[in-house]
Structures are given as structure tokens and as C-alpha cells.
Design a binder for this molecule. Structure first.
Ligand SMILES: [Zn+2]
Length: 309
């Protein structure tokens, strides 16, 4: 009897604290699946991260749903791509806690500190289509930029949860220790194809191309978000034939027909790359994403080189 009486409070205490530990995880909302994956690398079991835009569709054209505002309600940290990529997120932040808005301690713009490509003098463009006016926003596709991105995420987590600063720093270091040798391995996989001219549907790939020395000479979209005209396509076919373009990069949600037609006319291969974690089944984290794209490119270049269809 005595022993039960002694045990019960102890048992109660144990129940209370394990439940608290699970509920204690920091809720993080990211705009994209790639940022979610990188948040998980830095936060590990301390965070519960969700992304708003599904990776199977064009995130730049995403329309937030009412449940997205709901998800922000108990979030302690938000992480976004920034630039003009997830402008739709601004509408959700209007009604969110001030801590989650720009300048708040729970706000992380992952583009801060990333060396940007294609910055133009004018950042507002009134013509149709979405804009890359503030610089090309597809910067997570250079794996070297994951160092800066995870740095911003780590600082954000430390602002919210300073007692675990050491944990977040060592989680990030462990991730970078896995990332860096992979970058070298990927570079070696693609170095034989350095300078190869490539066409992309949407201009999503300049960061990946610069890292691995591919030469994206044009886009099927004449401007981000704008479908090509017949004259643009005719010009592209000519250019592809002259420059002997072997590869057309296409994202899963982009139209099938136009890249296929161009490939047939110019003797090229359509390579369906994944822009994000989860945009193709089996790509479950950030390293798997880059691994997938690099592997697919290497196979495609090799096939073209050997003259395979
Ligand atoms: Zn874009």
C-alpha cells in the first residue's frame, strides 16, 4: 500500500513531463517543402515543421487556403524563401502574431545572405506573369546555399529557444558535414559536361547551373509565368540546332507538349528534374533532392553523348 502511494505521484510526474516534452516542440511553418526539410535538419526532434505550398505544384502561383492561416496560429517560427517567390505569404502574415511578421523574432527570410543571381534594377514589373524582379528566387537549388539557409534557420530557432543554442548549432554542423562531401561528389559527377548548353522551361535553374557549370542558354517561357509564342518557339528551335542543345529541363507541373515538340525538332532530350523535396515520389529530404537532379542530368548527358535516343 505504502509503495503504491509512493509510486503514484512519481508515475503522475512522469506522465506529465513526457506529454509536455512532446507538446513542447517548436511549431515551425515554412512556405516550401525544401525549407521544411532544412528546418528539420537544424531542429531535429525539437521542432514540428510543416510547409504550406505543396511541392507538386508551382509554388510561385500558389493560392493560400483558409487552413493555412489556421496553421500560423500556434506557430512560433516562420521561414520563407523571400524575394518574389512566395509573395502570397504576405497576405497570411497580415493576420498573424507580430512576432511572425517581418522584423519579428519568429520571422526568417531564408534569402538573407544568399548571393543572388539576376538582380535587376527594377523590382516591380507590371506586365503579366510573375516576376523574378528582386533577383532569381530559386536559390536553394545550389546546394552550397544550404549553408546560408540553415544559418538563418539556426539563428531563428535560437531566438525562440536560446537554451538549446548548442543543440541547434551542432545539428547544423552535422548536416553541413554530410552536405559538403556530397557537393564535391556531385561536382565530379557533372564536371565532364561543363559548359553544356541547356534549355529550361521556367528559369528555375541558374543556381544549380552555376554550381555545376551548365550553360542555360534560354527558357521556353519568354518571361517567368508567360507561355511561349510561336515566334519564340521558332527562334528556340533555331538556337537549339545551332548550339547543339542536348537537354531541355522541365519541372513536373509544367506542360508536356511544348518541351516534347522542341526536343523532337531539335534532337534533344526532355529531362524532368525535381524543383523541390517531394515534387517527385521518393525525394524525401534536401540531400535526396539534389542527388536526384544531379543523377538524372548525368545520365541524360551521358545518353546524348553516346547518341542514345
Ligand atoms: Zn520562378
Amino acid at each position: 500500500m505504502t509503495s503504491i502511494r509512493l509510486l503514484l505521484p512519481l508515475l503522475g510526474l512522469a506522465l506529465c513531463c513526457s506529454a509536455a516534452a512532446a507538446g513542447d516542440r517548436i511549431k515551425v511553418v515554412t512556405t516550401t517543402s525544401d525549407l521544411r526539410s532544412l528546418v528539420q535538419e537544424v531542429g531535429k526532434e525539437r521542432v514540428e515543421a510543416i510547409n504550406l505550398a505543396p511541392p507538386t505544384q508551382d509554388v510561385e502561383a500558389y493560392e493560400p487556403r483558409p487552413q493555412d492561416a489556421q496553421k500560423l496560429r500556434d506557430a512560433k517560427l516562420v521561414v520563407r524563401i523571400g524575394l518574389d517567390y512566395d509573395l502570397w505569404f504576405n497576405r497570411l502574415l497580415v493576420d498573424a502574431s507580430p512576432d511572425l511578421r517581418r522584423g519579428g523574432k519568429g520571422y526568417v527570410d531564408a534569402s538573407i545572405g544568399v548571393p543572388l543571381l539576376e538582380i535587376r534594377a527594377v523590382s516591380f514589373d507590371a506586365t503579366p506573369g510573375h516576376s523574378h524582379g528582386a533577383g532569381n528566387p530559386h536559390y536553394w537549388l545550389d546546394p552550397a546555399n544550404a549553408e546560408v539557409i540553415t544559418g538563418g534557420i539556426m539563428e531563428g530557432l535560437i531566438r525562440i529557444d536560446p537554451d538549446r543554442a548548442q543543440t541547434y548549432a551542432s545539428n547544423r554542423n552535422a548536416f553541413l558535414a554530410r552536405l559538403k562531401p556530397k557537393i564535391e561528389e556531385w561536382r565530379r559527377k557533372l564536371e565532364r559536361f561543363a559548359g553544356a548548353p541547356v534549355i529550361a522551361y521556367h528559369n528555375s535553374w541558374p543556381y544549380l547551373a552555376r554550381r555545376f557549370r551548365l550553360n542555360i542558354i534560354d527558357s521556353i517561357e519568354p518571361k517567368p509565368g508567360i507561355a511561349p509564342s510561336p515566334s519564340h518557339l521558332a527562334g528556340l528551335i533555331k538556337k537549339m540546332q545551332e548550339r547543339r542543345v542536348a537537354i531541355i529541363i522541365k519541372q513536373p507541373f509544367e506542360p508536356e507538349q511544348t518541351p516534347k515538340m522542341l526536343a523532337e525538332r531539335a534532337g534533344a532530350l526532355v529531362v524532368p528534374l525535381a524543383p523541390s523535396v517531394g515534387s517527385v515520389p521518393g525525394i524525401d529530404d534536401y540531400l535526396a533532392l539534389i542527388e536526384y537532379d544531379v543523377t538524372l542530368l548525368a545520365i541524360a548527358f551521358e545518353d546524348r553523348r553516346r547518341g542514345k535516343p
